[in-house]
Design a binder for this molecule. Structure first.
Ligand SMILES: Cc1ncc(COP(=O)(O)O)c(C=O)c1O
Length: 380
């Protein structure tokens, strides 16, 4: 059975340039810190990739710190800022951030550090006036707001947020993991700290970066080596870095992204026109072009996900399974959905390899199973 993958926000397969680049370099094993020829060769790979990633993100290569992924980059942004400023540190972050931001924030809070959260409305976006008031009330030293949400695809108004922060000399961090390769860099690369990862852009897993703009207070949280200009100790993941750079050369073009948005719209329109009790989360606010978070009223996401899986379709429930029970998504709860409603949503996330035929097949299969489940419920 040819499976259909509709979970590109979870991860992506490696693209051709990335795979070929890694295959070609697999026998290079020098330590990039060694000054002999083996080491220099490995170091050249890193520096070439640094240029490629920086070019794709349109930032200065000297501002890029390679990390083990987006989670570590988020932790470094928050913890590195905290340790650099300590007594003057106060964090304001968004209630729908990725768990790597929220859990780091919780850790800081448990150490007695002041942390506040920005609420979102029913559409999953923020009210800028309310945000401005919160900033003036709490006077944070660091604001962390993601560029786009991984579950709903909702895009946050970073330009306006940056303006508010700049006027008050507040450092702005953005987790751009889901925006990189889906939104033009000019929509997020002006932030003081920017988180990126490789495996959402057809690159390898276990590699990411934090962009640290010149002059932003930041100290290392990994020690024992002078790597990354002493900003992140530890022997570099040379092949991961190489693959990340190669993936950056194959980011979708604006035309491909437009096509993706068209496919997503066709899918959403098909569902909304054919089925009853279907709701699009974040329907009325700007979203990245590949993500549809859909609530199927009265239908457990676990049941629908399982049915689709058996049909060869991979999607995400947008909720974590822990101790055998489904925990409702913190993103949907923060948007005001009740516990039950939050367990009725599926996330479909498409990629540059998605075809119109795949969209139509998924649409057809979802409609079939929703009708089947609704019919069974009517009879009982
Ligand atoms: C918005 C967002 N931030 C951070 C991460 C974590 O990135 P990584 O898997 O590279 O640690 C993810 C991964 O799902 C994400 O979607």
């Amino acid at each position: 059975m040819n499976r259909i993958y509709a979970d590109f926000n979870a991860t992506t397969p490696m693209g051709r340039a990335c795979q070929e680049g890694i295959e070609a370099a697999i026998r290079l094993w020098g330590n990039p810190s060694s000054s002999h020829a083996h080491g220099r060769q490995a170091n050249e790979i890193i520096e070439e990739s640094r240029r490629l990633v920086a070019a794709a993100a349109q930032v200065n290569p000297t501002e890029l710190v390679f990390t083990s992924g987006g989670s570590e980059a988020n932790a470094l942004a928050l913890l590195g800022s905290y340790f650099a400023t300590q007594s003057t540190f106060r964090l304001l972050t968004l209630s729908v951030e990725h768990s790597s931001v929220l859990d780091t924030a919780r850790f800081l809070e448990n150490q007695g550090v002041p942390v506040d959260h920005i609420p979102v409305g029913i559409q999953g976006s923020i009210d800028l006036e309310q945000f401005r008031k919160q900033v003036d009330q709490f006077r944070p030293s660091l604001v962390s707001v993601m560029a786009a949400n991984n579950e709903t695809g909702v895009i946050f108004p970073l330009k306006e947020i940056f303006q508010i922060c700049r006027e008050r000399k507040i450092v702005l961090h953005t987790d751009a993991v889901q925006a990189f390769g889906k939104l033009p860099p000019a929509q997020w690369n002006f932030c003081d700290l920017v988180t990126l990862t490789g495996h959402k852009i057809f690159g390898p897993k276990g590699i990411g970066a934090l962009v640290v703009k010149k002059g932003v207070p930041m100290v290392a949280t990994h020690f024992g080596g002078a790597q990354e200009i002493k900003r992140r100790g530890g022997t570099e993941n040379v092949l991961g870095i190489l693959g990340f750079g190669k993936a950056c050369q194959e980011l979708p073009t604006p035309e491909e992204l437009k096509h993706l948005a068209h496919l997503r719209d066709r899918f959403e329109k098909g569902l909304l026109e054919t089925l009853t009790g279907v709701h699009l989360n974040g329907a009325d606010v700007p979203r990245i072009p590949n993500t549809s978070s859909i609530r199927f009223e009265g239908i457990s996401s676990e049941v629908l996900l399982g049915a689709l899986d058996l049909e060869g379709i991979s999607v995400s429930a947008g909720s974590a399974c822990s101790s055998g029970s489904i925990t409702p998504s913190h993103v949907l709860l923060a948007m005001g959905l009740g516990k039950q409603a939050a367990k009725e949503s599926l996330r479909f996330s498409w990629g540059k390899t998605t075809t119109p035929e795949e969209i139509d097949t998924v649409l057809q299969v979802v409609v079939k199973h929703v009708h089947r489940i609704q019919e069974r419920k009517r009879r009982t």
